[in-house]
Design a protein around this ligand. Sequence first.
Ligand code: MRU
Length: 358
Amino acid sequence: MRDRLLAAEKVNAIDWRDGVLHLLDQRALPFEETWLAYADADAVAEAIRLMVVRGAPAIGISAAYGLAMAVRQRLAQGDDWEMALEEDFDVLFNSRPTGANLFWALNRMRERLLRVKEGDDVAAIMEAEAIAIHDSDREANLTMAQLGAELIRKHQGNEQALLTHCNTGALATGGFGTALGVVRAAYLEGMVERVYADETRPWLQGSRLTAWELAKDGIPVTVNVDSAAAHLMKTKGITWVVVGADRIAANGDVANKIGTYQLAVNAMHHGVRFMVVASSSSIDMNLESGEDILLEERSASELLAVGGVPVGADVEAVNPVFDVTPADLIDVIVTEKGIVERPDTVKMAQLMCRKRLH
Ligand code: MRU
């Protein structure tokens, strides 16, 4: 399966070339495929804020490359470079608040920095660490794709209809995707008849990005408005909801794109299984429950206008971009360390003690 997934790889959104980060501008997709170059930490942080790059794992990987560029530049400035580097850490840490991977990747970069020895080529070491973060995310996704597909087979067999939310594919990660990686693997194994993609207001990650990725792979995809999900569960024989995660708390509560929580409530009502796919870099064992997760809110203008054209009355609007799904609504969390069925604090702690499976 791993080789078949590798052979099917078509989309890439992060390219590290000649010491510069190149990002596929996700704001312009699917109409334009524009690559933009980012040469320092400030620019990378801005790209994250503006959603040129998005999806928790892709944000973490980009930040690691941003930090690697900052190390090289600060070193060239001479003494006190480590103090100056703290500004780069800060600007990257503050680029987006909810996804755990950003913090995980920057902390991993800091730990590597603390281990450099006299005479080491620090810039080369930090660049290699960023590349390792990128590669390990891709590897984790390959492992999770196989684990998730096995679950889908075990619990429903062939000819299934899956529903997914937001974009969790190659665009959102270091490659293949988390939830969308599972969808891809299940399709390659002949289990998927159709994928329903919530359009995912207001940024339309579903209709612009997920639909684009799946169509490129020839996977049958139908886009629906977010509010159609319950109706589709009732009428279209949906067997699984498969989503990603931005941050998972120690008790298994999951923060993900706004709308995920209502999908889980609806899935439970309709007897549809609910799978969360995320690597262990999305798990934050410092947070007891989802109550402690900081949820990003973005500007009201994202709701009240589309492409700069007003689509609503000129009133207040609230735009929370993530919500928390309680662990007791989740059938299974799939990670590269293994799966956790009916997650809780004990099972999550046991998972985190395990090694990666591959
Ligand atoms: O606001 P976005 O597009 O960055 O939100 C992305 C999501 O919510 C994804 O579901 C999540 O990051 C998991 S992606 C592998």
